[in-house]
Design a protein. Sequence first.
Length: 205
Amino acid sequence: MTLPSSGAISFDQIRIELQIPTKTSFNIEDAENSNIAAGYPLLNQCTGIYPSSTNPASINEWYGYNHTATASFFTNGDFSTTSCNDACTSTPALSCLSYAYNYSTTYFFNPECTLTRGAGFLATCNGGSGTKIGENCYEFNSSGQLVSTVQCTTTTTTTTTTTTCTPYGTFLYCDGTDGVFADGGCGDFTCSDFDGCGGSQGPCF
């Protein structure tokens, strides 16, 4: 149900709209400020019309309020307060959660439409699979309003390893009385009965 858009509104109508059980007293300022400790719920911001948290409160602020309004759109994504790079690479400990997004006001909400995310970055997921390359990343200011949009990209780094071989003819080790030498191509060759290893033959080359 939605509260009337004009005419008289009673505290009891507001209480019922907020799905608050009967109370001995109803405080309109606690209601519009979402005083959870006093038993008042967070307000649904997807309704498009909801009371300001600025006091003093006025009953006229409740005209047209709908506590069960749903968002215009839903999307899956990862949210970061640091950067689009973090959001795109799933640095936050999130996994393509579902968020509600109301394009008419450009506010970004949790699925229940009760909270704006505030300043941060949302990278959408490809079908909720967790892959965000090629998807968009949205930047939001501290009011939860859309500031800019960039695309998630990936950078492939190719590492080339250069191996330096031991020069040809360098003595490596003795294998019995045979001498083992480097062949210049990162391999080796054997010189039989090499005198440097106790053999009787002189230099091999």
